[in-house]
Design a protein around this ligand. Structure first.
Ligand code: ATP
Ligand code: MG
Length: 426
């Protein structure tokens, strides 16, 4: 027998049992974005590799260790997208969406990173992300945080996430800080963990969020970025905080929050949960004013965020917050009695469907009457339509309530439609 084929490690099937949770989350996200007047953009999952090495930064974990990169048949280096921002900026520049305009965009889809698979961390995962362009002030930063806060409330997880906030200042201010940091950390070079030692020359800010104990102790006394902030960035940050205060959004300023990507400036933020163990960041974002120019466009202020949908679905499941109604897929189960009745009943069912748009009617194709009735009960349907030779001949349906003790009633097609219209409304 041939060896059984398996999905790639860390790349999951989302089975029908779980898709209602995904659809629920996705539709909440779509509705939310519509109410803030954001528009959807969709990009390819494969892009030329240099987009990511330039856009994300050569010294980052993502580009150094996590990208799926390969040559296509022409020898061009391509990569599966590890995140959505670089591709969105590429598309924005290519199609002239950014120059002298404002854009509020969202997208949703698969991302790929070669990481060690574990709970909440996969090699193919899904992000929902928002990118805005052309708005330099702190009000748009605040809008992004407010809309995520609203989402947590709608999903019922607002008590289970907390907001951490920081500002990285301008790239210029960060350069000065970087020098001071490197000077301080160089004094401890031999004591740093290996990753951090390597980062010292490439990406020293990342050392600030090292998970290594000794490195953390060293970092505790390191110079802090806030002392190097330029006045404008400091004011931007103060205004952002005052908007959040006025709107009642709680946050903690974490001066060590730097985020993994090179392109951020000024505001960075993360929403973190304790309900998922180690993989606690459900949403991260920030301002990336330099990226558009870096990728070949005109200077354009930009701010965005990305959330990990697997982690959110896990949270909703763990906290039992997926409404039962979304699990339900059948309102009416059609049960037939007698040889060949099932096939002949279909045109009649089609007439009923036309009169009942939105009502979910499942036809039991095949099996004896008893087996079909059992499936009808197990489907969670409210009613069964029972159709035998008599019903066919008279063009009627026997309607049997499955969730209550009500009587079975025989009705013609228009009566069935009227009856269900009153009882099952989408
Ligand atoms: P982490 O610190 O958990 O590795 P990150 O900083 O690499 O996260 P981002 O690049 O900011 O993550 O991506 C935004 C969000 O996407 C994360 O907050 C997380 O919810 C989700 N995410 C990132 N990597 C993965 C992954 N491998 N599997 C599942 N979700 C992920
Ligand atoms: Mg990561």
């Amino acid at each position: 027998m041939a060896k059984q084929l398996q999905a790639i490690r860390g790349m999951n099937d989302i089975l029908p049992e779980y898709s209602p949770a995904w659809q629920y989350l996705e539709s909440r996200l779509r509705n939310l974005m519509a109410t803030y007047s954001y528009r959807e953009i969709r990009m390819p999952v494969v892009e030329p590799s240099p987009l990511f090495s330039r856009g994300i930064g050569a010294g980052t974990d993502i580009v150094e260790k996590e990208m799926y990169t390969f040559e296509d048949r022409n020898g061009e280096s391509l990569s599966l997208r590890p995140e959505g921002t670089a591709g969105c900026v590429r598309a924005g520049i290519q199609h002239g969406l950014l120059y002298n305009q404002t854009q509020r965009l969202w997208t949703m889809g698969q991302m790929f990173r070669y990481e060690r698979p574990q709970k909440g961390r996969y090699r193919q995962f899904h992000q929902f992300s928002v990118e805005t362009f052309g708005m330099a002030g702190p009000d748009i930063d605040a809008e992004l945080i407010l809309l995520t806060a609203r989402l947590w409330k709608e999903l019922g997880i607002n008590e289970h996430v907390r907001l951490e906030l920081n500002t990285l200042g301008t790239l210029e201010a960060r350069k000065h800080y970087r020098e001071a940091l490197v000077e301080y950390l160089s004094g401890f070079e031999q004591e740093l963990d290996e990753d951090s030692r390597n980062r010292l020359s490439i990406n020293p800010l990342r050392i600030l969020d090292s998970k290594d104990k000794r490195t953390q102790e060293i970092v505790a006394d390191a110079p802090v970025l806030h002392d190097y902030l330029d006045a404008e960035s400091a004011e931007h940050f103060e205004t952002l905080k005052s908007i959040l205060d006025a709107a009642g959004v709680r946050y903690v300023v974490n001066p060590r929050l730097v985020r993994g990507l090179d392109y951020y400036s000024r505001t960075v933020f993360e929403w973190i949960t304790d309900s998922l163990g180690a993989q606690g960041t459900v949403c991260g974002g920030g301002r990336y004013d330099a990226l558009v120019e870096l990728l070949g466009g005109k200077p354009t202020p930009a701010v965005g965020f990305a959330m990990g949908l697997e982690r959110l679905v896990l949270m909703l499941e763990t906290l039992n917050l997926i409404p039962e109604s979304v699990q339900k897929t059948v309102d009416v189960a059609v049960v037939t009695r007698g040889d060949g009745v099932s096939a002949k009943a279909l045109p009649m069912i089609e007439q009923i469907r036309t009169g009942l748009p939105g009502v979910r009617i499942q036809v039991n194709c095949g099996g004896g009457f008893k087996g079909q009735m059992k499936r009808a009960f197990n489907s969670g349907a409210d009613y069964a339509f029972i159709i035998g030779e008599d019903e066919l001949a008279n063009q009627t349906v026997s309607v049997k309530p499955l969730l209550t003790d009500g009587e079975q009633e025989n009705m013609d097609i228009s009566a069935v439609i009227e009856f269900l219209k009153k009882r099952i409304q989408e």
